[in-house]
Write a protein that binds this ligand. Structure first.
Ligand code: SF4
Length: 330
């Protein structure tokens, strides 16, 4: 029986070794890139994964794709455990989970034509009876991605396209495989502001017509407000707040999420929030702060935040109201 969830992530950790153990140190230190992540995604649901660069969101995406090996925890795709698959099984899974990367300049092979680029995944996965059948699928994927008429793009090379058109080609080659889950890692951050909305509208339309589940990774919550069903805010490898887009926008609990939201440009001056500028840099994930990881930058930190993780102590009522959804802060 198919699972209610297309994706379930349970207590997922991805640590990297930071350098080699030295003469005087007991062992190599670890970068806690992804730490105790729990996440569930329903079929056809869109979740925005938001946080500053270096918070672990891209590592989480690569671990979900099987491009990084999980250190601990479990990943279920449509009920099937995909945490540690053999290469052959990973290849089969990639047909169902596709990724759109941030940089459309680097994700396309400059020596291939657009037709070759979009057709390649079909050939690799043995889809289509012959090249003629595959060409039809390529044209459909290009046209669905807004590159119309497809014939005018087939023989071109990536350098002959604009940034927006290249990202449409990347989307077309991901969609040609008809995936069930699309992970879009900052898909518009390298593009001109003028074409960002077009690409997000395209993803929103494709998600609706194909009922694909989407994980949309971004550092800018303002780009996905209308598109995502839920939002998960990440800080230093952990999800610190998660909820429906509406609930998080209206009633933001965590001080970090409040700071992220306060810098989104709002055209109506009456609806603008006071900007919260966080002090200091994101701490080094090798030497994590004691207690709450956010305490060195938190404008409402209390003394006990330095000693204990939030889920281990009872915050005062005022503190709770301003701060945490305890069940979501692990
Ligand atoms: Fe800030 Fe303390 Fe809440 Fe952490 S636990 S977010 S430091 S108030």
């Amino acid at each position: 029986m198919a699972s209610e969830f297309i994706l379930e992530v349970k207590n997922l950790k991805k640590y990297f070794q930071a350098g080699q153990p030295g003469w005087f140190s007991k062992g190599a230190k670890l970068v806690h890139a992804v730490d105790e992540i729990d996440l569930q995604l329903k079929h056809g649901e869109v979740i925005a994964l938001v946080g500053e660069s270096g918070c672990g969101k891209s590592t989480l995406a690569l671990t979900l794709m099987g491009l990084e090996e999980a250190t601990a925890g479990q990943i279920l795709f449509d009920g099937q455990d995909i945490t540690h698959l053999a290469e052959k099984e990973k290849k089969a899974l990639r047909r169902k989970i596709q990724m759109v990367f941030q940089d459309p300049y680097e994700s396309l092979n400059p020596t291939q034509t657009i037709q070759e680029i979009v057709m390649e995944p079909l050939v690799v996965h043995g889809i289509g009876a012959n090249d003629e059948a595959r060409k039809k699928q390529v044209k459909k994927a290009l046209e669905d991605s807004g590159l119309k008429p497809a014939e005018t793009y087939l023989t071109r090379f990536p350098h002959q396209l604009s940034g927006g058109q290249r990202q449409r080609v990347v989307i077309a080659s991901a969609l040609a495989l008809e995936p069930q889950l699309l992970i879009a890692d900052e898909p518009v951050s390298m593009l001109d502001v003028s074409i960002r909305a077009e690409i997000i509208n395209l993803l929103a339309e494709l998600q609706k017509t194909r009922n694909i589940s989407v994980i949309f990774i971004t550092h800018d919550l303002g780009t996905v407000g209308f598109f995502a069903d839920r939002v998960a805010v990440m800080y230093l490898g952990r999800i610190v707040e998660i909820g429906s887009m509406q609930a998080v926008l209206k009633d933001t609990k965590h001080p970090y999420s409040q700071a992220l939201l306060s810098v989104i440009p709002v055209p109506n001056p009456r609806l603008r929030k006071k900007r919260i500028i966080l002090q200091g840099e994101t701490p080094n994930p090798v030497n994590l702060p004691s207690g709450c990881r956010f305490h060195p930058r938190c404008p409402i930190a209390e003394e006990k935040c330095k000693q204990l993780d939030p889920h281990l102590f009872n915050l005062s009522a005022a503190h709770q109201a301003a701060c945490l959804l305890l069940e979501n802060y692990q």
